[in-house]
Structures are given as structure tokens and as C-alpha cells.
Design a protein around this ligand. Structure first.
Ligand code: BGC
Length: 272
């Protein structure tokens, strides 16, 4: 359990794809800050309910609810925001996190695999950011809860910077997120909206289980991490709660890499 700090009391946070992995850890971390939490899921209702139950059990001031929605569908995203606003009154923090990998060498990649990954990882984050901005501007600033009009925290990846052979759809979606995030900052920072990204490295979740669950896979992964440690979802949760709070108020239009140094290209330690 995270140590409660209540930096997000009276604020409402939507975290997409938060029934498991990084999304679940972010939901729990923001919940531990006293926020109201929307645990969004596409297919795992039971798992989402477990995340919400845990938050409700531990929270000192907030409430967690579970809402369904496929972020790649505009009507689902609109509905997700509408239901959240009906229940909690507004949205203060949006963490578009839902994402997936469908890996193929480029010359074998079916168009469907390309489209699906772009639809969820990039278009889904655009749709969520758009609805969040509409709501922030409708509601207006609430100085009693935050100096910002609202906060968007995109869940990116080290692969917004590191090219990834065999995963071009995923890397392209994350590279696109960098420009989406920076363009939002450029346009909406004057409205006091903060938009940043977190770029996780190798974090132990289902998305990369086939790699870290074997000894060989783990060893190969560790070669890419100067800090010689595979991350855990809580490493991302703690950064997200700080980034959502006013403690990081002057940070806008930035990607925070949480990767044990992966973006320092350890392959070049001994050669190059
Ligand atoms: C991917 C993981 C991978 C990590 C580091 C993440 O964005 O989803 O599968 O282990 O980047 O390469």
C-alpha cells in the first residue's frame, strides 16, 4: 500500500486501462492521494472491481468507481467522461494509459495489427485528452484544489525515443504521442492545463511477460537496463501521483523517463 499523502483530495482522476498493470498501480497511487478514481476497463470487469475495492478500502477521502469503455471508440470515450462527470461533478486529472502491443516484423505486419495498435495507443489517447480539455475549460479553475485547470498524463514508453525493430506499430504510436503531448502543451498551457508524459522502460506487467518470465528473457532485458533492475508498476504510480499534484506545477510539455537508465543506450558502454 502507498503511504497516503492526500495531495489530490477533492480531485477526480480517470485512468484508462486500469484493471491491471501500470494503469492499476497508477489508479491505486492516485487513490492513496485522496482522489476520486475512475477505474476504466475494456474486458476485465472483475479485475477492475478488485482495483476499485482496494482503493475504497484504503482511501481516506476519495471514492473509486468502475466504468467500461474502449478508448479507441469515440462514443465510448464520450460516455466515460459523461458518466464520470454525472457521478463526481468534473474531471481534474486524466491519465490516458490503455495500450497494447501486437508484434510482427514490418514486412509481415498485417494492416489490422498496425491499425489496432495506433487506434488504441495513439487515437485513444487523443480522444481522452480531447474530452479532458473540453471538461477542464467548461469547469474553470478551482484554486481550492489545484493551481492548474487540469492535468493530462499520457502513458508513453521509452519507445517514443528508442526505435524498436519488430514493433514498429507500437514505436510509431509512442513516437506520435510525444508530438501529441507537446502540441497540447503548446496550445493549452496558457489556459493553465498541464500536459506531460511518463515513459516507462521495462516494467514487469502482462505486456512483456513472455520476456521476463524466462531466465534468458530476463537476462537479455537486464542487458538493456543500466540500473540492472526490472521495474514494477508502483515505480510508475509514484511518479504519476507527483506529476498530478501541484508539487510538479511548473512541469509542462515534458516526458519523464522511468526506465532505470534504458534511454542511455547501455549497448554503447564498451564499444561504438
Ligand atoms: C513495452 C515493453 C518493453 C519496454 C522496454 C514498453 O513500452 O511495452 O514490452 O519491455 O517498453 O522495451
Amino acid at each position: 500500500m502507498q503511504k497516503p499523502n492526500n495531495r489530490l483530495e477533492n480531485q477526480t482522476c480517470i485512468i484508462t486501462g486500469s484493471s491491471s498493470g501500470i494503469g492499476a498501480a497508477v489508479a491505486k497511487a492516485l487513490g492513496a492521494e485522496g482522489a476520486n478514481i475512475v477505474v476504466n476497463y475494456r474486458s476485465s470487469k472483475e479485475a477492475a472491481e478488485e482495483v476499485a475495492d482496494e482503493i475504497n478500502k484504503n482511501s481516506t477521502s476519495g471514492e473509486a468507481i468502475v466504468l467500461h469503455g474502449d478508448v479507441s471508440k469515440e462514443e465510448d470515450v464520450k460516455e466515460l467522461f459523461k458518466k464520470t462527470i454525472n457521478h463526481f461533478g468534473t474531471v481534474d486529472v486524466c491519465v490516458p494509459n490503455a495500450g497494447l502491443q501486437i508484434d510482427h516484423p514490418l514486412h509481415e505486419m498485417p494492416l489490422d495489427a498496425w491499425k489496432k495498435v495506433i487506434d488504441v495507443n495513439l487515437t485513444g489517447q487523443f480522444l481522452c485528452a480531447k474530452e479532458a480539455i473540453i471538461e477542464f475549460m467548461r469547469r474553470g479553475i478551482r484554486k481550492d484544489v489545484s493551481n492548474s485547470l487540469g492535468k493530462i498524463i499520457h502513458m508513453s514508453s521509452v519507445h517514443e525515443e528508442i526505435p524498436w525493430a519488430g514493433h514498429a506499430n507500437y514505436a510509431a504510436s509512442k513516437g506520435g504521442l510525444l508530438m501529441l503531448m507537446e502540441s497540447i502543451c503548446q496550445a493549452y498551457a496558457p489556459h493553465k492545463i498541464r500536459c506531460n508524459s511518463i515513459a516507462p522502460g521495462a516494467i514487469k506487467t502482462d505486456i512483456n511477460k513472455d520476456v521476463w518470465s524466462t531466465k534468458e528473457g530476463r537476462e537479455n532485458m537486464l542487458k538493456l537496463i543500466p540500473y540492472k533492475q526490472i521495474g514494477v508498476p508502483e515505480d510508475i504510480g509514484s511518479v504519476a501521483s507527483w506529476l498530478a499534484s501541484d508539487e510538479s506545477e511548473y512541469i509542462n510539455g515534458t516526458t519523464i523517463f522511468v526506465d532505470g537508465g534504458m534511454t542511455c543506450y547501455p549497448g554503447f558502454t564498451t564499444n561504438g
